[in-house]
Design a protein around this ligand. Structure first.
Ligand SMILES: [Zn+2]
Ligand SMILES: [Zn+2]
Length: 324
């Protein structure tokens, strides 16, 4: 791309502008930024010999690029983090003129095969996204070589017939999608038209797919670019934590209560095992006793385990004592 032809530090500045934007509340780790920069340009260095900036200069250049609104900082905490405060990754990258790319939303399986997620591929023109959906997601076959002409020699072996056949197959068809009926389904989110596999001709399917494609980005992005900033997508969790001591460890009555319950569970199990041995009963007597006393509140205990950060590790011990 055009980026590769630039010299540093301009190359990294332009690249940063394409992928990141200012947001005073957000931050990104320096290591993630540096790795992304290396991944993007390392191979170009081999080919075109424009060396990467050294890490320190690259990080300095981040601040310069974002007109000092991004600042390298050290984030204190259990593990120190080196961050750039004041920028975040764009919802969609933009090209060198600031035109945003459009995202492919096609539903695809996650790598582990247990769920689905949007494809997430980025395209500048609707036509590019269409080509991507047709070939990558729907796997509509393409015309590989000039379609086999009708048997080249006509029964009479007339040269004229051969000529006509060759002309009737314009070269431009090569690489185009075939229009042979096939079974396809549309996995654009929210689409109900072809949710189930449907026998359809690609030309008809194309007309349908085109209604999903986002409109082309405005050419003059600087004029149309919204002056407001949409908030970063975040996921929030609420916790119901109880008292902690000065080291952040659980404390007070909640802690005592969990420890008492844990000891009860362990002792019930031991008691049950002893009875079991006396009565020479081979069933799981210990487990039965624990289940009798704790079975009714197990869901509540899991709830606390999930929501109470300070007690979570102690509740883990309790739940293990119950489950063993
Ligand atoms: Zn896609
Ligand atoms: Zn659809």
């Amino acid at each position: 791309s055009a980026l590769l032809a630039l010299d540093e530090p301009e190359r990294s500045s332009k690249w940063l502008r394409c992928l990141f934007e200012e947001d005073k509340d957000e931050a990104i780790t320096q290591i993630a930024l540096w790795q992304a920069y290396q991944a993007r340009f390392a191979h170009a260095v081999d080919k075109m010999g424009r060396p990467l900036l050294p890490a320190a200069e690259f990080i300095k250049n981040v601040s310069t690029t974002f007109a000092e609104k991004a600042a390298a900082q050290v984030q204190a905490g259990p593990v120190q983090k080196f961050i750039i405060k004041g920028i975040r990754i764009r919802d969609a990258p933009v090209d060198l003129t600031g035109r945003p790319y459009q995202k492919c939303q096609w539903t695809t399986p996650t790598p582990d095969g247990t769920g689905t997620r949007p494809c997430g591929g980025f395209f500048m023109e609707p036509a590019e996204m269409f080509e991507h959906i047709f070939s990558h997601h729907l796997r509509v076959p393409k015309i590989a070589s000039p379609s086999p002409s009708p048997p080249s020699a006509s029964p009479n072996g007339s040269e004229g017939g051969l000529e006509t056949a060759a002309v009737a197959e314009p070269k431009t068809d090569v690489g185009k999608f075939t229009n042979d009926e096939g079974t396809y389904r549309c996995l654009w989110p929210g689409c109900t038209k072809f949710r189930n596999p449907t026998l359809i001709r690609p030309a008809q399917l194309a007309a349908h797919i085109k209604i999903h494609l986002p409109p082309p980005s405005p050419l003059d992005a600087s004029l149309k670019h919204p002056s407001w900033v949409s908030p970063a997508e975040t996921q929030s969790f609420s916790f119901l934590s109880t008292a902690v001591d000065e080291r952040g460890d659980a404390a007070g009555i909640p802690l005592t209560a969990v420890l008492v319950l844990r000891n009860l569970a362990r002792n019930l199990r031991r008691l049950g095992r002893e009875e079991e041995e006396r009565e020479d009963e081979r069933e799981r007597g210990g487990g039965r006793k624990v289940a009798r006393y704790f079975g009714g509140v197990e869901n509540e205990l899991w709830f606390v385990f999930a929501h109470n950060k300070s007690l979570a590790s102690y509740l883990g011990d309790l739940l293990i004592a119950i489950a063993e």
